[in-house]
Design a protein. Structure first.
Lengths: 113, 117
């Protein structure tokens, strides 16, 4: 089955420190991977995606993600966290065929001033 | 419109009543998706539309749930005889190309928070 796993329910980081939100995937064929962010009482906002090419993908708000095929991972990163980055982050995969995005359970990021 | 619009933003209903949730996708987007987000859970896929047809209804949790899309635009998710376990945030998303265009991201509305009392 095609799936993504976000092993951490919660990540805490001090403002100014680098942050990493982990995601691993299980798909057949080439993975199409996405990160979304959800701020309180808001819908999901698209951050970035990996389709092919460079393993390091840059997205909105200074976020980037590194695709690692051997580790089947697509971790979200940011060099310097802001308090305003505090939100719920979802990793997603688009399986093959006519199948919509499959989401992980989400990781709550808390950036402490 | 500028983004995906959902209405109402909040809905409180009594157990056993029917509810209709509306989604107005981004103009020109051919694919439309419904997801459900329960407290502490991830996003549960419910149904998607390609144009007006729904090739995959496998995610609908029971026959009390139905959805339609008319004119390739607005979609309505209907829950009949609501139960307390239906309480959740219902999210709608749309994407420009067909679902089979795997590299296409989906854009989400702000959701409808449904509370069944």
């Amino acid at each position: 089955a095609q799936s993504v796993a976000q092993p951490e329910d919660q990540v805490n980081v001090a403002e100014g420190n680098p942050l990493t939100v982990k995601c691993t995937y299980s798909v057949s064929g080439n993975p199409y991977l996405f990160w979304y962010v959800q701020y309180p009482n808001r819908g999901l906002q698209f951050l970035l995606k990996y389709i092919t090419g460079d393993n390091l993908v840059k997205g909105s708000y200074g976020f980037e993600a590194e695709f690692n095929k051997s580790q089947t991972s697509f971790h979200l990163k940011k060099p310097s966290a802001l308090v305003s980055d505090s939100a719920l982050y979802f990793c997603a995969v688009r399986p093959s065929g006519n199948t919509p995005l499959v989401f992980g359970k989400g990781t709550r990021l808390s950036v402490i001033a | 419109g500028a983004g995906v619009s959902q209405s109402p933003s909040n809905k409180v209903t009594e157990k056993g009543k029917d509810v209709e949730l509306r989604c107005d996708p981004i103009s020109g987007h051919t694919a439309l998706y419904w997801y459900r987000q329960s407290l502490g859970q991830g996003l549960e896929f419910l149904i998607y539309f390609q144009g007006n047809s729904a090739p995959d209804k496998s995610g609908l949790p029971s026959d009390r749930f139905s959805a339609e899309r008319t004119g390739g635009s607005v979609s309505t998710l209907t829950i009949q005889r609501t139960q307390q376990e239906d309480s959740a945030v219902y999210l709608c998303a749309s994407s420009l190309y067909a679902v089979s265009a795997r590299n296409t991201e989906a854009f989400f509305g702000q959701g409808t928070r449904l509370t069944v009392v």
